[in-house]
Ligand binder design. Structure first.
Ligand code: ADP
Ligand code: 5GP
Length: 224
């Protein structure tokens, strides 16, 4: 097995964190995880050095200046970045390294580790309504933050065509198994996409915005 970088990206609520965690837990001898640095505040269940390295903006900028990041991006007014040391540590142990990162970071990784050294996977539940439901039921963002994350989803969906593979995150075990299979395949396998998959991705953004609007209109009416 040649160890490679496995990039998982998705609009917020798509399931990348859950899938990355499950892959790592079920196959600890084959997959490691790169813990990112971020300037965002920890959520109640998150721990420094486990979920993220939580840093001040100054610490993050110092790291950037010192060339410690493989990639970085700004998301929702906060900085997020992959530390070179994290990636190298896992690759040197002979395991694939999972990166749970947004689309701009994914592009930077692809530039530096072209396939087959990396494989990039874009994740979505089949139905946009499910994405919205999952995002809301996670209860980690305010309504305003959810709205901003949905706005960003539009851009992320446009970038999805640059990814090597798309996965439908409906049943978690199936999605996990797909990531494991893809990591072990030659990078160009499965790149041929069917017309229905293109139609699905193309319509996704529009449907998601419609659902979001419906939701906020309902709320507004209830309040009014
Ligand atoms: P992301 O990291 O892409 O923002 P998460 O992994 O946090 O998304 O998933 C969003 C929510 O959806 C979480 O509450 C998670 O438990 C749930 N979830 C993720 N995948 C599935 C799945 N296949 N089936 C049911 N719930 C899921
Ligand atoms: P969250 O705040 O929900 O944990 O993450 C917000 C977004 O930042 C998600 O799309 C997540 O994948 C992305 N992200 C997390 N870590 C990194 C990173 O190291 N680099 C980049 N580019 N994005 C990251």
């Amino acid at each position: 097995m040649t160890a490679r970088i496995v990039v998982l990206s998705a609009p917020s609520g798509g399931g990348k964190t859950t899938i990355a965690k499950a892959v790592r837990e079920r196959f600890p001898d084959r997959f490691g995880f790169s813990i990112s640095a971020t300037t965002r505040k920890p959520r109640p269940t998150e721990r420094d050095g486990i979920d993220y390295y939580f840093q001040t903006r100054q610490q993050f900028l110092d790291g950037l200046g010192a060339g410690r990041f493989l990639e970085y991006a700004e998301y929702g007014d906060e900085m997020y970045g992959t530390l070179k040391s994290e990636v190298e540590k896992v690759l040197q142990s002979g395991k694939h390294v999972l990166l749970d990162i947004e689309v701009e970071g994914a592009r930077q990784v692809r530039e530096q580790y072209a396939p087959p050294r990396s494989v990039s996977i874009f994740i979505l539940p089949s139905d946009p309504r499910v994405l919205l439901e999952r995002l809301q039921s996670r209860k980690t963002e305010s309504v305003e933050q959810i709205r901003r994350r949905l706005d960003r989803a539009e851009h992320e969906l446009q970038q999805s065509t640059l990814f090597d593979r798309w996965i439908r995150n409906d049943d978690l075990s199936t999605a996990v198994q797909e990531v494991v299979t893809i990591a072990g395949e030659p990078a160009d396998r499965g790149r041929t996409r069917e017309r229905k998959d293109f139609d699905w991705i193309t319509n996704y953004g529009r449907l998601l915005q419609e659902e979001a609007r419906r939701l906020y209109d309902q709320r507004h009416q209830q309040k009014g």
